[in-house]
Design a protein around this ligand. Structure first.
Ligand SMILES: CC(C)(COP(=O)(O)OP(=O)(O)OC[C@H]1O[C@@H](n2cnc3c(N)ncnc32)[C@H](O)[C@@H]1OP(=O)(O)O)[C@@H](O)C(=O)NCCC(=O)NCCS
Length: 321
């Protein structure tokens, strides 16, 4: 890259960093742009100067990866960097360039594909452009910061015991985990794959075999009625870069049996995890939830979380317009 271009890219990245901090202090500094499938897509402002750019990253998720259950097998992701107060117009131009770019990529025409952009939830000026190009808000990364002041005492749900799960609980954990995936499939995110059942089982067995488990069951009268799985900071590096605070933990799974909902079990599981994370000095906890799941959003926002990033997707990728 010639130095003039490199300087211009650096200036845009700096401007984006200032903008993100003003919009939401939990956003990180924009990372260096990843290597994309080709030259960056470039947007120039009215004054002819660089107003933004974006990189298209192609990702094939193999059938043997549990990650394939969480979305399309071939994912085309736009990583945008847009400067300025109102990014509506440059976002529109960038998405137009990206659509034209994907239109000539053969692999983006298949049925098991997605075109996605992860957008700061508070960055409202680009949302109309995302909608206009056929993208839908699918999932949210929500964040809870460690509260100041003395930790709240965890409260149990009525008649409910919370305990760490062990290897002997593998079938109970599997049952709740698979029910969560089936529930979440209603909202267009996960895709049930031939290997889903087996891969989830393998992941559960390997995590329950660890000396310290981050999987908890809620039991009522000896019956498993709720599940919470988390990742401590040492396992959350894959998502930690999505926020300015550190250390970050990740809340991976939460499910309460249908007949037991609304009785305080979910809150008891979440509060018990939060008490542990707060005591350990974990600055922020992140989680994903489906944007249109009518249960998860209200519940998590009641538990102290708020939106940080929103994943916008067109599925299949050819639905990008
Ligand atoms: C989301 C879920 C875990 C909540 O568990 P729960 O045991 O029903 O929640 P609780 O009874 O502990 O509710 C805790 C608080 O949140 C509130 N709340 C829970 N769900 C709510 C909803 N859908 N709308 C409004 N408030 C809600 C409760 O009123 C309660 O408030 P309070 O503290 O003032 O009493 C449960 O509904 C569930 O398993 N849903 C299906 C799977 C799912 O969506 N998982 C999350 C994936 S990210």
């Amino acid at each position: 890259m010639p130095w003039v271009v490199r300087d211009a890219v650096r200036d845009v990245n700096r401007a984006v960093g200032r903008r993100w901090q003003a919009i939401d202090p939990l956003l990180p500094d924009p990372a260096a742009l990843p290597t994309g499938c080709g030259a960056p897509l470039v947007v120039n402002g009215d004054n002819g100067r660089l107003a933004g750019l974006g990189v298209c990253v192609h990702h094939h998720i193999p059938a043997e990866s549990l990650n394939q259950t969480w979305g399309a097998a071939d994912r085309f992701t736009l990583v945008p960097r847009l400067a300025g107060q109102d990014v509506g117009a440059p976002a529109d131009l960038l998405l137009t360039h990206w659509r034209d770019h994907l239109a000539v990529v053969g692999a983006a025409r298949g049925p098991d594909t997605s075109a996605g952009v992860v957008w700061p939830s508070q960055d409202i000026t680009g949302i109309r452009a995302l909608l206009r190009h056929g993208l839908q808000p699918l999932t949210v990364i929500a964040a809870r910061t460690r509260p100041n002041g003395p930790p709240a005492a965890p409260r149990g749900g009525y008649g409910v015991t919370i305990r760490p799960a062990g290897l002997a609980d593998a079938e109970r954990v599997l049952d709740l985990e698979l029910r969560l995936i089936r529930y979440d499939m209603h909202f267009g995110g996960p895709v049930w794959r031939a290997a889903t059942d087996r891969l989830v089982r393998e992941e559960i067995l390997s995590s329950l075999a660890r000396p310290v488990t981050w999987t908890w069951l809620a039991e009522r009268a000896g019956r498993a009625v709720g599940l919470l799985v988390a990742q401590p900071p040492q396992d959350s590096g894959w998502i930690a870069g999505m926020t300015s605070l550190s250390p970050a933990a990740y809340l991976q799974t939460m499910f309460v049996d249908h007949a037991e909902r609304g009785t305080g079990i979910g809150a008891a599981l979440a509060r018990s995890l939060h008490a542990q994370l707060d005591a350990a000095g974990v600055a922020v906890t992140l989680l994903h939830h489906s944007q249109v799941n009518p249960l998860s959003g209200p519940f998590w926002y009641r538990m102290g979380y708020r939106p940080l990033w929103t994943s916008w997707e067109a599925r299949p990728a050819s639905a990008l317009r």
